[in-house]
Ligand binder design. Structure first.
Ligand SMILES: O=C(O)CCC(=O)C(=O)O
Length: 208
């Protein structure tokens, strides 16, 4: 899934388009977790990427860490259930995920969390999405990655070595099964010159 964000002539000519989700590859992890990956799920997304950087009301977050309040090193915007997504293409992507996973998930993806990693010093630390039902139930979190490729790392929550997925422009990675409670994921900082990346995470109700 490596690549750079390039504005190709093909992209400009054809506009955004979603590949069939039948092309997803499932990788079984330990403890009942799995991931599905589909590199290049969304093609022609250069305009979408630049629109999202402008129209999404990105905001900084601060959180408590030990005895200090620190900036969360990325910008965020959360679209709760019922909110209009910032671009119709994201609604289309969510419908495609709903159609593909309906039987297995048994519910729809209803929220969207958007994160903007401005450069290589933006990151997210090791965590599982365990606010809500993800702490006790199997669920799914689908990530559409846009912009500059970044590494998404996954490691067993009880220790063990990490797996690395380099998520490029338009790639899809879905975490499923017990992944949120038995595995952790992170996007580490990188010292390499790195352009911006947007992560769009689609989640079912009460998973965060
Ligand atoms: O950047 C990503 O794709 C992962 C984001 C993430 O794990 C989160 O916001 O909980």
């Amino acid at each position: 899934m490596n690549g750079t964000l390039q504005c190709s002539l093909l992209d400009l000519a054809s506009g955004p388009s979603l590949a069939p989700l039948g092309g997803l590859d499932r990788i079984e992890l330990a403890h009942g977790a799995w991931i599905d990956v589909l590199p290049g799920w969304l093609t022609g997304a250069d305009d979408l990427f630049s629109r999202l950087t402008k129209v999404v009301p990105w905001r900084e977050e601060r959180r408590h860490m030990y005895d200090r309040v620190v900036d969360v090193p990325r910008l965020l915007c959360f679209y709760p259930e019922g909110a209009t997504l910032p671009d119709p293409m994201l609604t289309k992507a969510r419908h495609a995920l709903d159609a593909h996973y309906a039987a297995e998930l048994g519910e729809r993806f209803v929220t969207a969390g958007l994160c903007l990693y401005r450069d290589g010093s933006d990151s997210v630390a090791w965590h599982g999405d365990t606010i809500g039902r993800g702490s006790s139930q199997d669920t799914m979190v689908a990530i559409l990655s846009l912009g500059t490729p970044r590494a998404l790392l996954l490691r067993p929550a009880d220790g063990g070595s990490a797996l690395r997925y380099d998520l490029g422009h338009g790639d899809l990675l879905v975490m499923g099964g017990s992944c949120q409670r038995t595995w952790q994921h992170a996007v580490p900082k990188t010292a390499k010159p790195t352009g911006p990346r947007i992560s769009v995470q689609f989640r079912p109700c009460d998973v965060r």
